[in-house]
Design a protein around this ligand. Structure first.
Ligand code: SF4
Ligand code: SF4
Length: 422
């Protein structure tokens, strides 16, 4: 089946979809393909972007024809292991495009985080085949904006909401474990597949392997000169939410093998004295590439992301167990180690940032908040104070998915880089 026929079957707005995708080849060529010295193994990820609304959507459609379901998520707390165990697909939807924000604003307040507006806009505009192929959206009660937006989204696509606690005490952990068990029953009902020791162990293993591969890649970035551009790694982290987990892990490991050789031979994408930047803050979902592109345009290199399109997604693994009850308990434990600003207090995040800055030998930290994101915007105060204590140069930035403020952002980033170089 051709892509267009598939998109028609998925009830997409083809005209609007063409308009949305039209600039992508040029933007991708300028930002990614034209860069010098990229690892050859990036070819796979470039290929995936080249047909971003094709091959993988065909696979998901075929899975559905064979009786499986597609569940879409927006947060790293949703346990994808459980979905994958039943033979269904768990995908993270992209919500990093300015194109759909104005449609989202038809239903949502303008002064709301662009990630939420972009998400809503993708569904209203019917231009995302991943949204269209999904049977369910799995939301969570992380921030107030998302929590309330799910109620509206539910009028367009069935939306299941997981109740995430706001603290990490024993009673909160207990509540979350119950929530994970209820989610597991919901997935069993929907997919008509019972969770067993065998299939759940396999689900855990597949997702752990994907996380291990991403962690291996992240670890290679501590070398100097940096063996890979931060922008390329951001792209890989973004694609981690879409691709088949087994194939994806294999391709990331192939890339890491190539980077191992680069490290041995001292080959890098930037000179050894290029300023090394750690980015922290809100996630940058596909296709939000602006921040990394601007930072690297100055000659600096991004060496890590303390974000959910980075370290927070893959830093912890799910412990194995020998029965379904204990496996679900372990699945519930892993996300509670993730230090999202939606939790209070969130001292663990400051420790994560400090340890990443040290391991990656970062010269400066840029804390990025999407506009109107209250949890990360407010928590930035503590991040700045912590960096000051450690004498780590620090810059706080706030932006959206548009290109309007690129000049302003670049000026501020250049000032930071000059200071680091001085
Ligand atoms: S930043 Fe928080 S709410 Fe957003 S994806 Fe990460 S864990 Fe979920
Ligand atoms: S970036 Fe902030 S406001 Fe936006 S969805 Fe995530 S936590 Fe909520």
């Amino acid at each position: 089946m051709e892509n267009r026929e598939l998109w028609e079957r998925l009830n997409m707005d083809l005209e609007k979809h063409d308009e949305f995708l039209a600039p992508l080849p040029q933007v991708f060529t300028e930002l990614f393909l034209n860069r010098k010295n990229r690892p050859a193994a990036m070819g796979y990820f470039d290929f995936v972007v080249g047909d971003v609304h094709g091959i993988r959507v065909h696979e998901l459609y075929a899975m559905k024809e064979a009786g499986a379901k597609v569940f879409s998520t927006f947060c790293v707390y949703v346990p994808e292991e459980i979905v994958v165990a039943t033979g269904s697909a768990s995908i993270g939807l992209c919500a990093g495009a300015q194109f759909t924000v104005s449609s989202g604003e038809k239903l949502l307040p303008r002064n709301l985080c662009p990630l939420i507006k972009s998400t809503m806009g993708f569904k209203l505009d019917r231009i995302c085949p991943y949204f269209q192929v999904s049977d369910w959206v799995i939301g969570e009660t992380t921030c107030d904006g998302k929590k309330k937006a799910w109620e509206i989204l539910n009028e367009y696509i069935p939306t299941y909401v997981m109740d995430l606690p706001q603290k990490k005490d024993a009673k909160d952990a207990h509540l979350w474990e119950e929530e994970v068990r209820e989610f597991a029953s919901f997935i069993e009902r929907e997919t008509k597949v019972e969770l067993s020791t065998k299939n759940l162990a396999l689900g855990i293993q597949k997702i752990n392997n994907k996380r291990q591969a991403l962690k291996r890649l992240a670890d290679l970035r501590k070398h100097n000169p940096a063996p890979i551009h931060g922008l390329d790694v951001l792209l890989i982290n973004q694609l981690a939410f879409f691709d088949d987990p087994v194939r994806f892990a294999a391709k990331v490991n192939d890339l890491c093998d190539e980077l191992d050789l680069r490290v041995k031979e001292g080959i890098g994408v930037a000179p050894a004295d290029a300023p090394r930047i750690l980015v922290t803050g809100t996630p940058q979902p596909l296709p939000a590439w602006k921040l990394h592109a601007l930072i690297e345009q100055t000659g600096a290199v991004v060496v890590g992301e303390e974000t959910c399109t980075g370290e927070r997604y893959f830093k912890d693994m799910t412990e194995p167990a020998d029965n379904v009850t204990d496996m679900l308990a372990n699945i519930a434990k892993r996300p509670l180690k993730v230090n999202c600003a939606c939790f209070t207090p969130n001292q663990g995040r400051l420790e994560d940032i400090n340890s990443m800055a040290k391991n990656l030998k970062a010269d400066a930290v840029i804390d990025f908040s999407l506009q109107f994101c209250q949890p990360y915007g407010v928590e930035s105060y503590f991040v700045g104070r912590e960096m000051e204590k450690g004498n780590i140069p620090f810059l706080r930035l706030e932006s959206d998915f548009s290109s309007e403020d690129e000049g302003q952002l670049l000026t501020r980033i250049e000032a930071l880089i000059e200071m680091v170089r001085a």
